[in-house]
Design a protein around this ligand. Structure first.
Ligand code: FEO
Length: 393
């Protein structure tokens, strides 16, 4: 356990081996953070995932007897947090489960809650622990309808569960103990793959948080943001992403059957780059979708390449489009390219999907079979055209 502030302890678990978070590839593992607040009354805020319950309980035992806990505060029902709550209610038999009404319903749809003693809270409600006060702030859709933040008033500590988290396993507990470029990349990766589609709710919540005096943000995954400088830093990153701000670069993604579409991708990337616009190129069968989504977050353009197989796009391209569609990305231009043999269809169907996402599109580029010098030139010029469009917007 680690003392976050006097009387507030991190009692979570580090999952060094996690790489697959319900399909989202997490290169650096993760943590499930839980916080024990010891005062005249004792509260446990947030819990851990299946398999880590004993880690949580052992850490609590170093500070207090888990049976003595008075309040089990459930900020969010997703099972990476709520699983150990199901165990804690059996240990801390007299504890009240403190949560909002949506979370109560969601908990009942995960576990047998018929014997649980609930205390339902809403925004602004408070519970006094003695010298410390817990204040609750409902945060629907940051990440689920049941999400809620807990604020320890006297200590100015915000526990916002998933918000401001990162999937990163470390022995250090605070963001200021890890190189900033690693912290930034982990925070951006997490935002891109968990929260991108919730920008409207996040913007609203950021406005609300401006009225709070926050010295520490203690999320439910990854590192804790300690001190005003770090709090302001992560809030400014979130503001930028939630406002869909972008940088002048393009992301080219493709899959290719016999390297023709791959050759096209390389020539298009050259055309973009030679016009002075940065570009990142990803082969869809060699790169986790979460890496690509992180790069898309701040890109000005998405360029999608596919060969045609059975009059359709390649399956990896379909998976990519399905993945990004859910994130409701905005303020980007998009187009498609690819090689086909006779009937075509792959590029046409990619364009349909890009238009259905509401993105501004540029006419696509298709060639038949293998690109020769003339077709390579067309690809290069297509890249130049994309770069010019990026500079216009
Ligand atoms: Fe970390 Fe939405 O759960």
């Amino acid at each position: 356990m680690v003392e976050v502030k006097k009387g507030i302890y991190w009692v979570g678990a580090v999952d060094w081996s996690a790489r697959d978070f319900h399909g989202y590839y997490i290169a650096r593992g993760t943590t499930y953070n839980a916080y024990l607040i010891v005062d005249e009354k004792i509260a446990l805020v947030d819990f851990v995932k299946h398999g880590f319950e004993d880690v949580l309980i052992d850490r609590i035992k170093k500070i207090v007897d888990p049976k003595e806990i008075d309040y089990l505060v459930c900020n969010h029902v997703e099972m990476d947090h709520s699983f150990a709550l199901n165990k804690m209610v059996k240990i801390a038999k007299d504890a009240e489960v403190v949560t909002n009404s949506r979370a109560k319903e969601h908990l009942s749809l995960h576990y047998d809650t018929s014997n649980w003693s609930f205390r339902i809270v809403k925004t602004g409600d408070e519970i006094s622990l003695g010298s410390k006060t817990l204040r609750f702030i409902e945060a629907p859709m940051v990440h689920w309808p049941d999400s809620m933040f807990t604020y320890v008033v006297e200590d100015k500590v915000l526990m916002p569960n998933d918000a401001f988290g990162q999937h990163i396993a470390t022995s250090e507990r605070f963001a200021d103990e890890v190189p900033e470029d690693i912290v930034y990349e982990a925070t951006k990766d997490y935002y891109a793959n968990i929260l991108t589609h919730l920008a409207t709710q996040i913007r609203r919540k950021l406005e609300e948080l401006e009225k709070l005096d926050i010295e520490i943000i203690a999320p439910s995954h990854g590192l804790i943001w300690r001190g005003k400088e770090w709090v302001e830093k992560v809030v400014s990153w979130y503001r930028r992403w939630a406002n869909h701000e972008s940088e002048e670069y393009a992301v080219v993604v493709f899959d290719s059957m016999w390297h023709s579409t791959e050759t096209m991708a390389q020539e298009i990337a050259k055309g973009i780059s030679d016009k002075g616009v940065k570009v990142r190129v990803f082969h869809l069968r060699k790169t986790p979708l979460s890496f690509i989504m992180r790069e898309i977050l701040e890109a000005k353009a998405i360029v999608v390449g596919t060969s045609t197989q059975h009059n359709e796009m390649l399956p990896s391209v379909g998976a990519f489009l399905t993945y990004i569609k859910g994130f409701r990305i905005k303020n980007k231009i998009a187009t498609a390219f690819g090689s086909y043999g006779w009937g075509g269809g792959g590029v046409r169907n990619v364009m349909k999907e890009l238009k259905a996402m509401g993105l501004e599109t540029i006419d696509p580029l298709e060639i038949r079979f293998v690109p020769k010098e003339k077709e390579k030139r067309l690809c290069y010029e297509f890249g130049e055209k994309i770069a010019e469009k990026i500079k216009e917007v």
